[in-house]
Design a protein. Structure first.
Length: 581
């Protein structure tokens, strides 16, 4: 698409526009694949054999701008693939009033090597000096214009991650464009048109970001944005800044690989929130968010024979990825299968230390089966004082349906020891549940945490109070001496730990065999996916990934405990003695 001798800029622009209009409107001939990729988002949405395109998009002007002002390499104009062009058009789609269709955030999740960094660089450059905002409708066509106060940011948790994108800029713009926009390109910042416009690279120090008025922020590799590297806190500041932007036009784009479940990364939180928002009752919860991913289906095998075909489907238009080299990487015994699935299948899958396969867990969600008033249930309680979460889970006796009933944990901004579990609020919740359902069993692990300044156990007095109040209503007692107290820390051959470990193994097996269903609670899912395998002398249990880890698992513990209770109740033959009162 280089300019022809004697041609005008108008001719060149028209040629580039015609090229992309033809490219994205070609009939799609689907490859014959045994394992068709899972297509999420608008870029692979089909109507028959044609891709669905937005009715209005200023992205057409952006495609032309990139072809005119940017280059793949010196002398070779920039060209998007058809997939990238569709993504671009959707990200810059506007409605009939000129407002962005996706006016808040976007996520592009693709396999490693897809070209996320070059795509991001072109977008950042366009946001700096190109047509990135709606100007007007001209005969029904949405016309784009530049942002005169452009302040563009690329954020990552390490400087090396921002370098992957920033190092592309010295050769990305043509020499003519550099002169036209007076670009001053540094390693961590770019000035344009003197000092009127600014592009900067940021790493995870949230403090300098507070109050900023960036017009666009690109978050690089959000699967690495964690609590322990300030990635989550950095995102919180960026989200607040974009929300309060004066004209509401500031947007945030995430680019990521498939995340490692249980790490509680920004990528994981965003995906879980997006999935939750897809339900009919919550369909508007994350309106304005574009989530776009192309990933292998859960059943795709990681074998030498199948891997090339699976990757061929998942790579989309990134045909530069060598199937042979990827196959060799997958077969390399130094690369765990879970990593190969995340990198090359773009598949969110458990690593070898995970207690539960997250895909299998998600498949068993059935929110429509939630408890109804009067249902016969058992409940398991796990108490903590400040560091871990205090949790409560119920299981319906009739069918084993699992439902999260309560969670109390320190807010993210609280430092260690600054928050204490609200015992009064917890007790009120327990009493309300006894009134709403027929509770026939209620066990609670009191933990050994103590009151400040005394040797008194923190939860034991309340558990004793519950015993005195509810024991006559409970069919299934925790022990012959106490209807509720169930101390899991006792790992002797006759202790509760010996019962819990095989119950945890049976729980995983039941989920994998699709025998148990749950409420789809986001918090319950997070705790289950946070859990790691914990071998003991009785078998494989579950635990946090470290004593000081902020990734909680208490709801998962309660789900196992309540499921164990139901099994013991059914085996005892004692049923239907609980009362609503």
């Amino acid at each position: 698409m280089a300019r022809l001798r004697g041609s005008t800029k108008h001719d060149e622009s028209a040629a580039i526009l015609a090229y992309y209009r033809e490219l994205v409107s070609r009939p799609y001939v689907a490859p014959e694949l045994q394992y068709d990729p899972v297509k999420i988002g608008p870029s692979w949405l089909l109507d028959g054999d044609r891709f669905v395109l937005p009715e209005h998009s200023i992205g057409w002007d952006g495609l032309v701008f990139a072809g005119e002002k940017m280059q793949l390499k010196r002398g070779e104009p920039w060209k998007f693939t058809a997939e990238q062009a569709r993504l671009w058009l959707w990200w810059y789609a506007v409605d009939a009033s000129g407002q962005f269709v996706f006016d808040r955030e976007g996520v592009i999740q693709r396999l490693k090597g897809w070209g996320k960094d070059p795509f991001a660089a072109v977008m950042l450059g366009t946001e700096l000096v190109g047509p990135c905002r709606f100007a007007e409708f001209d005969g029904g066509r949405a016309v784009g214009t530049d942002e005169p106060d452009a302040w563009v940011q690329i954020a990552a948790v390490t400087q090396e991650q921002t370098k992957n994108t920033m190092r592309l800029f010295p050769r990305l713009f043509t020499d003519d464009a550099k002169r036209e926009f007076k670009l001053q390109i540094g390693k961590e910042q770019i000035y344009a048109l003197g000092d009127q416009r600014f592009l900067q690279a940021l790493t995870s120090n949230p403090a300098p970001l507070e109050g900023g008025r960036a017009t666009m922020v690109l978050l690089n590799e959000t699967h690495h944005f964690l609590a322990n590297n300030n990635g989550l806190e950095m995102y919180d500041v960026i989200e607040r800044n974009s929300t309060k932007s004066s004209d509401g036009a500031a947007r945030v784009l995430h680019i990521t690989n498939a995340y490692d479940p249980g790490m509680d990364s920004l990528a994981e939180r965003t995906r879980q929130s997006w999935e939750l928002s897809q339900g009919e009752e919550r369909k508007n919860m994350l309106s304005g968010l574009m989530y776009d991913s192309l990933e292998a289906p859960p059943e795709a095998p990681l074998t030498p024979e199948d891997a090339p075909e699976v990757v061929r489907g998942v790579r989309g238009d990134s045909v530069w990825l060598s199937l042979d080299r990827i196959q060799k990487s997958i077969l390399d015994p130094r690369n765990p299968p879970s990593r190969s699935r995340r990198f090359w299948y773009n598949q969110i899958t458990a690593n070898e230390e995970s207690w539960m396969d997250p895909i299998k867990w998600d498949q068993q969600a059935a929110a429509e089966l939630a408890f109804k008033d009067g249902d016969e249930i058992v409940m398991f309680f796990d108490g903590s004082k400040s560091d871990d979460a205090t949790a409560l889970v119920g299981v319906r006796v009739a069918d084993g349906f699992i439902q999260a009933l309560g969670l109390w944990q320190a807010p993210p901004q609280k430092r260690r020891g600054e928050w204490v579990a609200p015992r009064g609020e917890v007790s009120q919740r327990v009493r309300a549940l006894f009134k709403q359902y027929r509770v026939v069993g209620f066990w609670g692990d009191p933990s050994h945490t103590k009151e400040d300044g005394t040797l008194d156990l923190f939860w034991q007095p309340l558990i004793d109070e519950w015993h005195r109040e509810f024991s006559s209503k409970l069919t299934l007692w925790a022990s012959t001496q106490h209807s509720i107290a169930w101390d899991m820390s006792n790992t002797s051959s006759s202790g509760k730990g010996k019962l819990f470990v095989p119950a945890a193994e049976a729980f995983v097996e039941s989920i994998e065999n699709r025998e148990l269903v749950h409420d789809g609670s986001a918090e319950l899912a997070r705790h289950v996916k946070n859990a790691r395998r914990f071998p003991t002398r009785f078998g494989v249990s579950l635990s946090k990934d470290g004593p000081e880890s902020p990734r909680k698992v208490d709801l998962a513990v309660c789900a196992v405990g309540a499921t164990l209770m139901r099994r013991q109740l059914l085996n005892s033959g004692k049923r239907s003695l609980g009362k609503i009162w």
